[in-house]
Design a protein around this ligand. Structure first.
Ligand code: ITT
Length: 189
């Protein structure tokens, strides 16, 4: 089987990539004994995913795959965007509070999650993008998922990602959609 190295230590992401990339052996830097911690200094999701995929390729010499994702809120000009993880500087709870404060009094609550995946084999770059659309709630609902999930009311599900089961979220999520596009581009049946 072809090997591919995933630039992440996030257990949930690793499981999702393994599930979606059947026919590939998905390895992690940790499994290869590689310390991998790259600063995401890019201005776009694509830049950050490419920075991670290239840096990991330099370290392991095998084809790599990396992703970057985040929440883009229309009324905030697309913020927090690439800064989603670092929005408040103090973790998920504080990020959600900061988002609610930023939208205080605003009626336009439209938002989307984006995920950009880059596959790099030392020569060619393959990019795959997935989006999922919804609205930012006025207060948190549900405690499933992570990050902004309790505030994101999915248009597809009619409830927040925090209220959704893992299967429900994975059926419509930005990451699952980007992975589906990557499968198509890699010709995985
Ligand atoms: P890596 O180690 O793989 O980089 P990460 O948690 O930093 O893991 P991302 O950079 O892809 O992952 O995610 C950036 C942030 O965007 C993440 O910390 C959340 O705040 C937000 N985010 C991304 N996908 C999300 C989702 O499905 N649900 C809720 N929040 C999400």
């Amino acid at each position: 089987m072809k090997e591919i190295v995933l630039a992440s230590g996030n257990a949930g992401k690793i499981a999702e990539f393994r599930e979606m990339l059947k026919g590939y052996t998905v390895l992690t830097p940790k499994e290869l004994g590689i310390e991998f911690d790259v600063e995401e200094t890019g201005e776009t999701f694509y830049d950050n995913a490419l920075i991670k995929a290239r840096a990991l390729f330099e370290l392991c010499g095998k084809p790599t795959v990396a992703d970057d994702s985040g929440l883009c809120v229309d009324a905030l000009g697309g913020a927090p965007g690439v800064f989603s993880a670092r929005y408040s500087g103090a973790g998920d709870d504080a990020n959600n509070k900061k988002l609610l404060a930023a939208l205080d009094g605003k009626q336009d609550r439209r938002a989307h999650f984006t995920c950009c995946i880059v596959h790099f084999d030392g020569k060619n770059i393959i990019e795959a993008v997935g989006n999922t659309y919804g609205k930012i709630a006025f207060e948190k609902a549900g405690d499933g998922g992570f990050g902004y999930d309790p505030l994101f009311i999915s248009d597809d599900l009619g409830k927040t990602f925090g209220q959704a089961s893992e299967e429900e979220k994975n059926a419509v999520s930005h990451r699952a959609r980007a992975l589906a596009e990557l499968r198509r581009k890699l010709n995985i049946a």
